[in-house]
Ligand binder design. Structure first.
Ligand code: HEC
Ligand code: HEC
Length: 203
């Protein structure tokens, strides 16, 4: 058995049958890192930290990430290529779950800015001035940040650009993490189109 081939090549080889005979390889749990490197890394970077062609996708919300991989995505975020859809023929459910677990094992960010960029920035923009969901959240009240992070928005309506926000448990994002994010947001300029007065910014 040759080592180091992409998983998809091994699977194809197995399907085509091995002309030299021999038993089929024993089932082994999919290697998430291998799946990711084979199917995703070319665009999202070797560890999912993002490239000029695709956003960072570390610490994904599993249901949402699964939806995006199965459905694909347009170019709403402004990258030059679309996110292709991958069916179960290309990546099995187990392989996808393993790739998502690999992304989830990335080191947890420690600063408010890095937490923001990992968990929020794809939607709310790199400096919270608004992004593809159109909401700037710089200077948002701490209580509002906590409420949204714990409750999310839109349930599992993953396909709705303007109506879906994930929720995170305290195991995923601790209260200290959310406090850091809120403190970071407080240092950023107020979004230009944000004319509500509920952020205690009276000067
Ligand atoms: C050809 C390049 C390409 C490949 C290959 C690719 N992606 Fe993507 N991916 C993108 C682009 C571009 C986007 C942003 C799409 C948009 O504008 O919404 C994206 C978006 C995503 C998102 C949503 C990010 C967010 O915050 O909304 C997830 C999750 C994702 N990709 C996971 C994966 C996984 C897992 C794989 C491998 C199975 C993969 N991608 C393979 C280009 C790619
Ligand atoms: C997948 C996209 C997505 C991600 C990731 C995301 N949000 Fe949101 N967020 C939304 C959407 C969509 C809304 C608007 C919901 C609505 O219609 O009220 C929203 C609204 C909010 C609001 C309320 C803004 C207002 O003016 O009412 C806050 C605060 C917020 N998000 C904070 C966060 C924080 C903090 C994070 C990261 C921990 C985060 N969001 C990650 C999509 C996202």
């Amino acid at each position: 058995m040759m080592r180091g081939l992409p998983l998809s090549v091994l699977v194809l080889g197995a399907c085509a049958g091995d002309p030299t005979g021999g038993d089929p390889p024993p089932p082994s749990p999919p290697d998430g890192a291998e799946v990711f490197r084979t199917s995703c890394a070319a665009c999202h970077g070797p560890d999912g930290a993002g490239t000029a062609d695709a956003p960072q996708i570390q610490s994904p919300v599993a249901g949402y990430a699964t939806f995006v991989v199965r459905q694909g995505r347009g170019i709403e975020m402004g990258y030059r290529t679309e996110m292709p859809a991958f069916g179960t023929d290309a990546i099995s459910d187990d392989e996808l779950a393993a790739a998502i677990a690999f992304l989830g094992a990335a080191p947890h960010p420690t600063t408010g800015m890095d937490l923001y960029l990992r968990y929020c920035g794809n939607c709310h923009g790199p400096t919270a001035q608004g992004g593809r969901v159109g909401e700037g959240i710089a200077r948002e009240k701490r209580s509002e940040v906590f409420e949204k992070v714990r409750e999310g928005h839109g349930g599992t309506n993953y396909g709705s650009r303007k109506k879906y926000m994930p929720s995170w448990t305290t195991a995923e994002l601790s209260d200290a993490d959310v406090t850091s994010i809120a403190a970071y947001l407080a240092t950023l300029p107020k979004p230009p189109d944000d004319d509500d007065d509920d952020d205690d910014d009276d000067d």
